[in-house]
Write a protein that binds this ligand. Structure first.
Ligand SMILES: Nc1ncnc2c1ncn2[C@@H]1O[C@H](COP(=O)(O)OP(=O)(O)OP(=O)(O)O)[C@@H](O)[C@H]1O
Ligand SMILES: [Mg+2]
Length: 296
């Protein structure tokens, strides 16, 4: 199904008496979903959050930034028609590789095989920034699904975001990996809001407890606060939806996990955005934040 994107929103600046106010495009808020550890539920979260935002009439572009085969095709049957390869060799435009998923969200497959759009050279990033500039205002949210680990690509996407979502599970390895991720992000940025989402829990109380414990540690050792974004229960509906290659919020909207994610979505919309004067283009930001990552 092809979904045509509505016209870009414009932000009205304060009018002056002398002349008409200039109008600015409102650019998408960038939410990067990461974790440190693999297999904790990032892709499922990113896809289903995107769809819930779409249900709230938000226009969403989901960027698959997982080099080691973002499993979007497995999770929601979104197999790209064209990929980064065609974009890199100039045979397709950025607009042509964006997929319109039946759920109403758009998907930008940013990686394929060993090709990674986000590791393009600075000339290519400039070309990407220019072509992205013409379409970015069609979206309210750009959700970036990252791969496991703290690779330069993952860090770049985190440092370029307005909000970083940190998915954890109760496993000790997940907690220590997320702590390592927070430490590296905070070594480069003091102000990106970090939102913790405990996933695959036995009870919601366990999630609150997990946030409380980790927040105490980050306050003490990193002098930083973690927002609590809400928790998601371990729910068989998630795995069953994957077998059907359908998003669980669509396939099982009454499941516990879908209900939990509704609350998470509600909380996220209420969180204050990162204080920025004017949102810039994601690929321009990548150029900037990549330099920061290189200097780590
Ligand atoms: N709340 C949940 N309840 C039950 N199963 C879940 C839940 N969240 C995720 N899973 C399961 O965890 C597995 C990993 O999910 P997903 O692929 O989203 O993780 P990921 O963090 O993106 O992994 P990777 O790091 O490999 O990209 C999937 O099989 C999924 O069904
Ligand atoms: Mg994934």
């Amino acid at each position: 199904m092809i979904v045509t994107s509505p016209a870009p929103k414009v932000r009205q600046t304060t009018p002056t008496k002398q002349r008409a106010a200039p109008q600015r495009e409102v650019l998408p808020e960038i939410i990067t979903v990461t974790s440190g550890k693999g297999g904790v539920g990032k892709t499922n979260f990113a896809v289903n959050l995107g769809i819930l935002l779409r249900h709230r009439r938000q226009r969403v572009l989901l960027m698959d930034a997982d080099l080691h085969l973002g499993k979007l095709d497995v999770v929601i049957g979104a197999t790209p028609r064209y990929t980064v390869s065609e974009l890199m060799d100039g045979s397709r435009s950025l607009e042509q590789i964006i997929m319109h998923h039946p759920s109403g969200i758009d998907i930008l497959p940013a990686t394929s095989g060993d090709l990674n759009l986000l590791e393009a050279d600075s000339q290519m990033l400039k070309v990407l920034a220019d072509s992205f500039a013409s379409i970015q205002a069609r979206y309210d949210y750009l959700i970036v699904d990252t791969g496991a680990g703290i690779s330069p690509t993952v860090l770049t996407m985190a440092l370029g975001a307005d909000k970083v979502i940190l998915i954890i599970t109760p496993e000790p390895a997940s907690i220590s990996d997320v702590y390592a991720m927070i430490k590296v992000i905070r070594s480069k940025s003091a102000d990106i809001p970090l939102v913790l989402i405990p996933n695959r829990l036995r009870s919601l109380e366990d999630g609150l407890e997990l946030h409380k414990k980790l927040n105490l540690i980050t306050q003490k050792f990193l002098k930083t606060n973690l927002y609590y974004g809400g928790s998601i229960i371990e729910d068989t509906a998630v795995g069953q939806a994957i077998i059907r290659q359908r998003p669980f919020v669509v396939e099982y909207p009454r499941s516990q996990a879908a209900h939990n994610l509704q609350l998470v979505c509600h909380r996220l919309l209420k969180l204050p955005p990162k204080e920025i004067e004017y949102r810039s283009n994601i690929f321009d930001r990548l150029r900037v934040s990549r330099k920061e990552v290189e200097s780590l």
